[in-house]
Design a protein around this ligand. Structure first.
Ligand SMILES: C[S@@+](CC[C@H](N)C(=O)[O-])C[C@H]1O[C@@H](n2cnc3c(N)ncnc32)[C@H](O)[C@@H]1O
Ligand SMILES: [Zn+2]
Length: 167
């Protein structure tokens, strides 16, 4: 069962088209560093179910369909499938130089401002994708740290080295 069916009408944010990808969330107003912006909610599922859904997503993408990733790691046994209408946070795009981070606060995934955010800025966090899958996820964030693929910051140097070597 879903953990929450509440529709989030977060007053700090606005949904609109993004230059990065599809829709994105934008700050309506100044957001101070450390502010909890929105909770990432959805359906709580087991790792096995998450793997089944991920396999279906990859099959959809291979067939030319929507390949968006919405599954979020919650803990060692469970994930959150955020692909539900009441999860506005699913619209947040990735950036390699993000202004938000995600924090697991007592079993709830919160998107928290990791620096001050100016009105009108797009909210982003680092999706933290692993080294094994980086080539599958092109990145259009435009940050100076970006290597052109979505990959967690700790592994970015490895991807950069491979790209520089033409591999
Ligand atoms: C959870 S959705 C983000 C919201 C999405 N823009 C929308 O309109 O619903 C995640 C997907 O957005 C796309 N995306 C997010 N950040 C991106 C980025 N920096 N560059 C390219 N695509 C991105 C990828 O397709 C990713 O799987
Ligand atoms: Zn990037």
């Amino acid at each position: 069962m879903p953990r929450s069916r509440k529709t989030y009408s977060a007053p700090l944010i606005q949904l609109r088209r993004s230059g990065v990808h599809g829709y994105g969330l934008f700050a309506r107003d100044f957001v101070p560093q450390g502010e909890r912006v929105i909770e990432y909610v959805g359906e709580r599922i087991t790792k096995a179910e998450a793997q089944r859904r991920e396999d279906r997503r990859l099959a959809r993408r291979a067939a030319g369909g929507d390949g968006c990733v919405y599954i979020f790691e919650l803990n060692q046994r469970h994930d959150i499938d955020g692909d539900v209408a009441w999860n506005l946070a699913r619209r947040i795009n990735h950036s390699c130089g993000p202004n938000c981070e995600t924090q697991n606060i007592r079993g709830h995934i919160w998107v928290v401002a990791c620096r001050d955010i100016a009105p009108g800025e797009e909210l982003t966090y680092d999706y933290g994708f692993s080294y094994t899958e980086w080539r599958d996820h092109p990145c259009r964030c435009g940050a100076t740290e970006c290597v052109g693929h979505i990959i967690n910051s700790a592994q970015r140097w490895r991807a950069r080295r491979r790209l520089a070597a033409g591999k």
